[in-house]
Design a binder for this molecule. Structure first.
Ligand code: ATP
Length: 858
């Protein structure tokens, strides 16, 4: 075993071949260099089984051996590395090793991709290095008096963006060696499995499978490979929860597909390929490169809101996206996550086309929206429990899910907070919980939309360091942010310009210099003041473009071929019923933990029922006798007024229960929908829980309102149970009003708008009860009243009470057919009330659709 002794800054280390050594500014690394020219994660030294190698991680200023910039090189006794600068960058010298003395070389084909470490594909892609063309970054060049012509030219123009766009000749830079992800090449398999002819090879989480995958995204018995009689191989899905994919496209549940030599089978985080009689398995451990090419989004009217955005990063990168308001950051995020695919261009996930293979790859993407995706009333553990139940396959056990939750809580240092309610946590801790929730399914790519908005500077740093850690642990993290204080912690910075184009992509520490300003406030002011300036042209003419984006941009723009919607839809890890039950339980937990809401739920109907008792308390709800002189029945105003109050009470209570329900958890719904939540299961869980509450409230209103009054001894339908027969329309009215409340909730953009609409709804119901003025005979008004639930509810109770005698029509006017004292009229009124509720449900489902990620709408 060759032993290597490393010496740097007066210290020596005897390197252990079983581990690797991270070099960089990151204090978590093994060799920390406090020098601005050294990147955060600059390079790694490791033993690859044959020899010691140093891998540069796409560092900004490079790693040099004998004055030449290298990507990867074998190390031996006498090798001297310089980090960040060929001549006077921090020096690392090696002695005592038995390996060959290093000579700078790119080793594209000799090493398998995986064995090359983080930047393997990089080295494959990078052309042979031309040291004379390696330019120090601008600020460094200035510091060291090594300014070069190209940069001087740029410096003259940069601070004056109002002038004609400077055009720089496209220089042959180092060809993306420091910034582009691998464009081609593949990874080495993680493991091989030998096929024996005629045998079936089953994949799953259960230990009895031939190929056991310890991945909670995989079902216990997920799929199986088997040979067909003609000797070909076939993959068969065994009714898996998260689906089996061939080349990124799902095969039917329980279906099978013949496999060709180039076909790739996806199961959870693993992909398989058949090579001869061997099955190669590639496990996605999170270390994936990520890039976007020529992303362009065009909206109706032909306006481009995202223009030709290209960038790329290697594995374990943290990328920040900043830009002025309206510069297309959200649009970019939607395009990168596949929520709203770009119209042109491609997104590459480890060189796989994300749009084409979205159904499979979407499971490897985590998205933390700006608003928390948690029910704040629940404890941290409970919130994660429900999320895990919804996201993991139905056949995972509670113990398996709990173990994963504990793992994530520990990783994010949330275990001490797990029994606290989310609402009692600080903003930064809450953000951690949102991240924890996304990490449950082990995504390789994590996107965050303004995670630090509203946080103080300390928490801002805390969250950014958390993201740094996530990236270092083997994920690619992209964060859209308004905060510029912690940009230095990122590997790359993407600056969007007004109009949706790229203004800069590269190391954060070089960005201000690139723009020629001292502060980000100045840069953003320049964006604002010179909106029409060709920022994209300035970027494309720069050396930075050549260094960090030209390679990615070199591939011609592709028009997007998004697969059929069916192939884009996420799998449903849980069946409809299971989702429904989980959602009902979660919703019930949320309500139960909100004591104030619970109290209001009882007080509101009780008060509304009780106020009706103040009206002529001693009067009953029966028709008055006829006036002996005129022969006309004297109207019983008490009956109509009491019914009016009770109906309005039920309307108000029902709608008030639901009017904020959808809007307040819209972000949660959007996110969960993208991970396979069923729209109808979600809606039905709301209808069920709110329906039960509202119906019970209606019963309370009805019983309080009717119980002390004189009512008919015999009802129309329920015989002696007149009290129940009268309460049923009030209960149904509460239910249908609750459904109207859901419509409002699904329509509005902000929760504040719900209150005025609720009041408007309740007042309209008062008018259309028919208790204030005769609706029958009022052409148009009467027909319109059929749309109002209060009309039907009052008519149903009215037919039991015989309203045509309680409030007889004017002379010459016709009696209201809906108020007829018949079973038919009662049944019709109740049926109409329920039908209205169902129609409302249909509309809510349609309106909910508008708030879903575009790929989910069907
Ligand atoms: N569907 C659409 N149709 C038309 N224009 C749109 C559409 N979506 C977004 N836009 C416009 O595109 C531009 C970019 O919007 P986007 O929301 O991506 O910006 P942003 O950088 O995220 O802004 P902010 O920082 O304010 O969130 C804006 O001018 C916006 O009005």
């Amino acid at each position: 075993m060759p032993e290597l002794v490393l010496e740097s800054n007066g210290q020596t280390w005897t390197l252990d071949p079983s581990r690797s050594y991270a070099l960089g500014r990151d204090p978590q690394g093994e060799l920390v260099f406090d020098d601005a020219r050294v990147s955060w994660r600059h390079a790694t030294i490791s033993f690859n089984g044959r020899s010691w190698v140093v891998d540069d991680h796409g560092s900004t200023n490079g790693t040099f051996v004998h004055g030449q910039r290298i990507q990867q090189v074998e190390l031996g006794a006498g090798t001297v590395l310089n980090l960040g600068n060929a001549t006077d960058g921090p020096r690392v010298s090696l002695t005592g090793a038995q390996g060959a003395v290093g000579t700078p070389q790119a080793q594209p084909q000799q090493q398998p991709y995986a064995a090359q470490g983080a930047n393997a594909g990089w080295a494959q892609q990078a052309p042979a290095q031309e040291p004379q063309k390696q330019q120090a970054p601008p600020h460094q060049a200035q510091q060291h008096g090594q300014q070069q012509a190209g940069w001087q030219q740029q410096q003259q123009h940069a601070p004056q963006p109002q002038q004609a766009a400077p055009h720089f000749p496209q220089q042959q830079g180092p060809g993306g060696a420091a910034g582009a992800p691998p464009v081609y090449g593949d990874r080495s398999p993680t493991t091989f499995h030998q096929f024996s002819l005629g045998r079936v090879m089953r994949i799953g989480r259960a230990l009895e499978n031939e190929l056991v995958v310890s991945d909670l995204q995989v079902s216990r018995n997920h799929a199986e490979f088997h040979a067909t009689p003609d000797g070909r191989m076939e993959i068969r899905d065994l009714g898996s929860h998260n689906g089996t994919y061939v080349n990124g496209l799902p095969i039917a549940k329980g279906g099978s597909q013949l496999l060709g030599p180039t076909d790739v089978v996806g199961v959870g985080h693993s992909t398989f390929r058949i090579v001869g009689d061997r099955l190669e398995e590639f496990v996605d451990t999170g270390e994936v490169s990520f890039s976007a090419r020529h992303l362009t989004v065009t909206v109706d009217g032909g306006k481009q809101i995202l223009k030709d955005v290209s960038f790329g990063v290697p594995e374990k990168s943290l990328i920040a996206v900043i830009g002025p308001s309206g510069s297309g950051k959200s649009t970019l995020l939607k395009a990168l996550t596949g929520y709203r695919p770009a119209d042109q261009g491609e997104v590459l996930y480890d060189n796989r086309n994300l749009y084409k293979q979205f159904a499979e790859l979407r499971q490897r993407i985590g998205l933390v929206p700006q608003d928390d995706i948690l029910h704040k009333e629940l404890t941290v553990k409970k919130a994660l429990k429900y999320a895990a139940k919804l996201r993991f396959p139905a056949d995972t056990t509670a113990a398996e899910r709990d173990a994963r939750i504990d793992e994530v809580l520990r990783e994010l240092k949330l275990d001490i907070h797990k029994d606290k309610k989310v609402t009692s946590l600080s903003g930064g801790q809450r953000k951690r919980v949102s991240v924890a929730l996304e990490l449950l399914t082990k995504p390789s790519l994590i996107f965050l939309d303004e995670p630090t908005s509203g946080l103080d500077p300390g928490m801002d740093r805390d969250v950014m360091q958390l993201l740094r850690g996530l990236a270092d642990d083997g994920r690619t993290v992209l964060v859209v942010t308004h905060s510029v204080a912690e940009l230095a912690i990122c590997d790359k910075l993407l600056v969007m310009a007004p109009g949706g184009s790229v203004a800069y992509f590269g190391p954060p520490e070089e960005a201000l210099n690139f723009f020629g300003y001292d502060t980000w406030a100045d840069v953003f002011s320049a964006f604002e003041n010179y909106r029409d300036y060709d920022w994209a042209g300035r970027w494309k003419g720069s050396q930075h473009y050549q260094m960090y984006a030209a390679d990615i941009d070199a591939v011609a723009p592709q028009s997007v071929q998004v697969p059929a919607m069916q192939a884009m839809k996420p799998p449903k890890p849980q069946g409809w019923m299971s989702q429904f039950v989980t959602l009902v339980r979660r919703y019930t937990s949320v309500i139960v933990s909100d004591k104030g809401f619970l109290a209001l739920m009882v007080i509101l109907p009780a008060v509304l029922g009780a106020v009706s008792l103040l009206i002529d308390a001693d009067k009953g709800l029966l028709p008055n006798p006829a006036n002996p002189q005129t022969g006309r029945i004297i109207p019983n105003g008490t009956a109509t007024t009491v019914l009016l109050i009770l109906a309005v009470g039920a309307c108000f209570a029902g709608a008030a229960n639901s009017v904020r329900e959808l809007i307040k958890e819209r972000v949660i719904y959007e996110r969960e929908r993208a991970t396979g939540l069923s729209r109808s299961a979600y809606l039905m869980s709301k209808v069920f829980v709110l329906g039960v509450i509202t119906v019970l409230q209606g019963l309370l209103v009805g019983v309080i309102g009717f119980a002390t009054r004189e009512i008919p001894e015999e009802g129309l339908v329920l015989g002696g149970l007149t009290l129940l027969e009268l309460s049923l329309p009030i209960m149904a009215l509460g239910f249908t009003s609750m459904m109207f409340g859901l419509i409002i909730s699904s329509l509005v953009k902000t929760a504040e708008k719900t209150m005025p609409l609720l009041v408007m709804f309740a007042i309209i119901q008062v008018v259309f009860t028919g208790c204030l003025f005769a609706l029958n005979g009022a052409v148009g008004v009467n027909q319109f009243s059929y749309l109002m639930p209060s009309r039907w509810a009052v008519a149903a109770a009215g037919s039991t009470l015989d309203f045509n005698r309680i409030s007889p029509p004017e002379q010459g006017a016709e009696a209201d057919p809906l108020w007829e004292h018949t079973v038919g009229a009662w049944g019709l009124n109740m049926a109409a009330l329920i039908v209205l509720g169902v129609i409302c449900g249909f509309f809510v489902a349609r309106f909910l659709r508008r708030h879903e990620p575009e790929v989910m709408r069907k």
